[in-house]
Design a protein around this ligand. Sequence first.
Ligand code: MG
Length: 159
Amino acid sequence: MSLVGIGYDSHRLARGRRLVIGGVEIPYERGLDGHSDSDVLTHAIIDALLGAAGKGDIGQHFPDTDERWRDADSIALLEGVLEMIAADGLQLLNVDCTVIMEAPKLSPHREAIRGRLAEVLGLEAQRVNVKASTGEGMGFIGRGEGVAALAVASLQEQG
Ligand code: MG
């Protein structure tokens, strides 16, 4: 049986924060604000994986009221979710995602993000697709106030 899950996340851009997207730090004057490292793409992927596995959402597993997750490396959280999925006898097939941000341009970093995520997810790079979009000047993304990410993941039961 194949399973699919969807994930969405957004974080505010703020001064004095690192901009980490898909486990890759991108040089920029502002970064993503939040309780953990606020890696918006990794959070969307975590929710897609949890969704496909029928295991709720990131806030249930890593609540932002818990000091354990303050400034947490989101890649480590993702690795924890991958362990949960493997323990359920599920295998990840592919991840597709879109990062929506006005600036900086994601395209120069796209292959680095893809490679990093493929390594962590245990997939070939071709099975991890990273797309970039903008808000076309509209809304919170268009005004540069924040970044959003969408992801889908498909799993299958290990035979
Ligand atoms: Mg988040």
